[in-house]
Design a binder for this molecule. Sequence first.
Ligand code: SF4
Ligand code: SF4
Length: 201
Amino acid sequence: MQLTNRKKEVSFKEQSFAERIYLPAILKGMVITASHLFKKSPTINYPDVKRPIAPVYRGQHVLKRDDAGAERCTSCGMCAVACPAEAITMTSGERKKGEEHLYREEKYAATYEINMLRCIFCGLCEEACPKEAIFLTDRLVDTEFERNDFVYGKDKLVEKMNERIDVTKRQTSAVLEFKKTLGLKHNELFDAQKLNKGKHH
Ligand code: SF4
Ligand code: SF4
């Protein structure tokens, strides 16, 4: 059975003199190589020059604060459950009286860690979060020499008050619409028919 049209007849034709001495083939190769000298180099001088990236690029995470500066994360664990790489771990704390300005809800993440070596930057944690607390950003994860340094804690993840990170570009109308849709599994493309089918069961 023929699977593709890529069949090629093998030729047993005897090689010509030019083919046997390889010289024309070598010259042809050198011309191709030399022609690249005059083409624009595809490499860029990173980190001095940075490639333009999409506004929805999925880079290093941020744990957002609300407008008043309180941490939005309530340590519900949804992001950790959604994470296919098992990169997220956390422990919960209970907000004490007088800490309302620090934590938005009564339960908060006392510790929160993401192992950036495990993370595959799929964005499922962002989609799973019911509190709009975690977002991926256009920042690149730094290079490190030690594996442990890739485990980012709250010190690196929580947004700094004096360096607020704008995530509105990630919340396109399609994303906001998606998040309104109860009953859809995370990261599943919007399929109204499928959803309606689900409702009948
Ligand atoms: S981006 Fe994906 S792999 Fe990385 S922490 Fe979030 S869910 Fe896990
Ligand atoms: S980041 Fe969001 S999903 Fe993850 S624990 Fe915090 S509130 Fe829950």
